[in-house]
Design a protein around this ligand. Structure first.
Ligand SMILES: NC(=O)C1=CN([C@@H]2O[C@H](COP(=O)(O)OP(=O)(O)OC[C@H]3O[C@@H](n4cnc5c(N)ncnc54)[C@H](O)[C@@H]3O)[C@@H](O)[C@H]2O)[C@H](O)CC1
Length: 585
């Protein structure tokens, strides 16, 4: 285990991170069933405490001696959805039943999706816990759940948790939520305890998350907003949709109620890069169209041509549809071009040996005319002033255009020159003619989105310090911008990669083969980052997957090639490893 490797996320989590880390935890030996049992126990304790505090109810064994107390016999009603959020509900209901609490289950699906949730539901049925199936979108068919909800002393919302998708609840979940809303409006619903997240939060409730648009097409009725809770028991860490716009201020949405956090027993290294990263790779659609999996532009070469070629090949072999490569003409002529690459020919006026102002002006025009989903700059560029000055202008233009970037190699040398110790920012402050600027100019500033991939030496040069600060990303300020931009990731490569992202995200990536120290593997890593950004992944998810994949593919390659492994071998092994993993998902 690396020194600072952590098992828990110490940051406000994106809901999609839950499944990633659960998969990593599984690979480290913990089963989903164990996690669900732990989640269920924590939820049961929370429900018992809430019942006690809101209704003054004591443990049921003690209550039996005091018949007639208000609230007695009012069951705890669990609303269980089709996924693992529902599974937590069954696991909790079982615990409370064992402790003598009257519990009632309302299932939003005929059958649970996951084996573990199915097993807990089966145990509930075997324990004779009453179960009402409400797999319907028709209001009239919800008469029985309505009666159960009216009688409940506490409602535990386990309909939708971290696995929601789309813009709004759909199907049976939507119908049950609508029913709960109506009862809540009339004051006929007991306090609600939400499991992990209030159902619907991050959808119609609105959130910072960029979710696919979707609607409740099954019922024809408008989708309900999320179900407000008096308390939410979440696991590991708060989730992004629980916050208003800026989560840094810690202010929660009112629908969350009081937030309690229960750590679940993730093994050490769960939040480091692992096989779970593959879950965030957009799936290949059966009717896929060309370009849908991204268009990447790689800009590099000059003195060197191998570096950008390696990056471009890694991008193609990791699923990016269209990979364009721009190199000065001499470098391009020296190269053997794989047929899938799209060459960007520079004008005759551009210098043939290195990028200059004319070559970069052409690239600026190209980026304006054609939409690139991501641009990778740096491999093999060289460090001539004639190159770096116009490349800097191009970087600023791309930041202005909000194009996700990967900055590697000589582009990082450029950052050390142009913005030592901070991320590049486009725009400028207003100048009031007297040489002084004030805060009004801040609105025109824009932070870079993307990934920087330095090795230790490059990072130290950029930071301009001998020793690295403990929290590198915070140390790299975005001058003039008040917060560290959410879309920036630093992937510092080495024998163990260290990844830092916004809001305190930190992860390590270890393993692979010592042969990955050979020349050109950094270019392959940068190409993977570009590829996954172009395929629509966030910088944090893309950087994590790139680092993990390179190490795993490198290990496979080293088995075959041993000491003779060279970076050229890696793209094909990346493709094979990726194919093997995706076949197993
Ligand atoms: N480590 C942990 O934190 C653990 C948390 N656990 C709990 O598991 C859920 C996440 O489970 P998952 O199965 O991934 O997702 P959900 O249960 O939230 O829902 C998925 C389920 O719902 C359907 N669905 C998705 N979107 C919609 C929608 N808009 N409308 C209607 N239905 C929708 C989808 O088809 C799926 O079937 C987490 O929140 C925790 O509660 C585990 O116990 C493991 C450890």
């Amino acid at each position: 285990m690396t020194e600072s490797a952590a098992s828990a996320a110490n940051w406000v989590m994106h809901p999609a991170e839950v499944a990633v880390f659960d998969r990593n935890a599984e690979a480290l030996g913990l089963t989903v069933s164990e996690l669900m049992r732990a989640a269920g126990t924590a939820l049961a304790d929370c429900a018992a405490d809430l019942l006690k505090s809101s209704c003054g109810e004591a443990e049921p064994q003690k209550r039996q001696k005091e018949p007639g107390k208000p609230g007695e016999k009012r069951p705890i009603c669990f609303l269980c959805g089709p996924g693992n959020n529902g599974g937590d509900g069954y696991a909790a209901a079982l615990r409370l039943h064992e402790r003598g609490y009257p519990v009632q289950l309302v299932a939003g699906a005929e059958r649970q999706r996951g084996a573990e949730a199915r097993a807990f539901r089966k145990q509930c049925v075997q324990a004779d816990i009453p179960l009402c199936i409400a797999d319907t979108t028709t209001e009239a068919e919800l008469a029985e759940p309505e009666q159960l909800l009216r009688r409940a002393g506490l409602v535990v919302d386990c309909l939708l948790g971290a696995g929601f998708s789309g813009a709004a609840p759909r199907g049976a979940a939507a119908a049950i939520l609508r029913l709960c809303h109506n009862l809540q409006k009339r004051g006929s619903l007991a306090p609600v305890l939400a499991c992990d997240m209030p159902s619907g939060l991050g959808m119609s409730g609105g959130s910072d998350l960029d979710l696919d648009s979707d609607s409740d097409t099954t019922s024809g009725l408008s989708a309900p907003p999320c179900l407000p809770a008096v308390q939410t028991l979440t696991f590991h860490a708060p989730k992004l949709p629980m916050h208003h716009g800026n989560h840094a201020d810690g202010k929660l949405r009112p629908e969350v109620g009081r937030l309690e956090i229960a750590p679940l027993p993730w093994p050490p290294q769960t939040t480091d890069c692992g096989p779970g990263e593959l879950l965030r790779l957009p799936p290949l659609r059966p009717d896929a169209r060309k370009g849908e999996r991204g268009r990447l532009l790689v800009i590099g070469g000059g003195p060197y041509h191998g570096a950008p070629l390696l990056a471009a090949q890694a991008a193609g072999r990791s699923g990016c549809d269209l990979v364009h490569l721009a190199m000065p003409s001499q470098a391009a002529a020296r190269s053997h071009w794989p047929l899938f690459l799209i060459p960007e020919i520079l004008p005759a006026t551009a210098n043939a040996d290195y990028f200059d102002a004319a070559g970069c002006a052409h690239l600026r025009q190209l980026c304006e005319q054609r939409h690139f989903d991501a641009v990778l700059l740096g491999p093999g560029l060289g460090r001539r002033k004639e190159t770096l000055e116009p490349i800097w202008e191009l970087i600023l233009q791309l930041i202005e255009m909000e194009t996700p970037l990967v900055l590697d190699a000589d582009a990082l040398y450029l950052l050390a020159q142009k913005c030592p110790g901070r991320w590049p920012v486009s725009g400028h402050r207003e100048d009031h003619g007297n040489g002084e600027s004030d805060n009004t100019g801040k609105v025109s500033l824009r932070a870079m989105q993307g990934i920087a991939t330095p090795h230790q030496g490059e990072l130290q040069r950029w930071l301009g310090t001998e020793t690295r600060p403990a929290r590198v990303l915070e140390a790299l300020g975005t001058a003039g911008l008040t917060t560290v931009a959410e879309q920036q990731v630093l992937l510092c490569s080495g024998s163990v990669d260290e990844l830092t992202g916004h809001a305190g995200r930190l992860a390590h990536s270890a393993g692979g083969s010592p042969r990955l120290a050979c020349a050109g593997t950094g270019d392959v890593l940068a190409g993977l980052c570009g590829s996954f950004l172009a395929q629509g992944m966030s910088p944090w998810a893309a950087a994590r997957l790139s680092s993990y994949l390179l190490r795993q593919a490198g290990q496979c390659a080293a088995k075959d090639m041993g000491l003779g492994l060279v970076a050229d071998d890696l793209p094909l092994y990346i493709a094979k490893y990726l194919a093997k993993c995706l076949a197993q998902i």
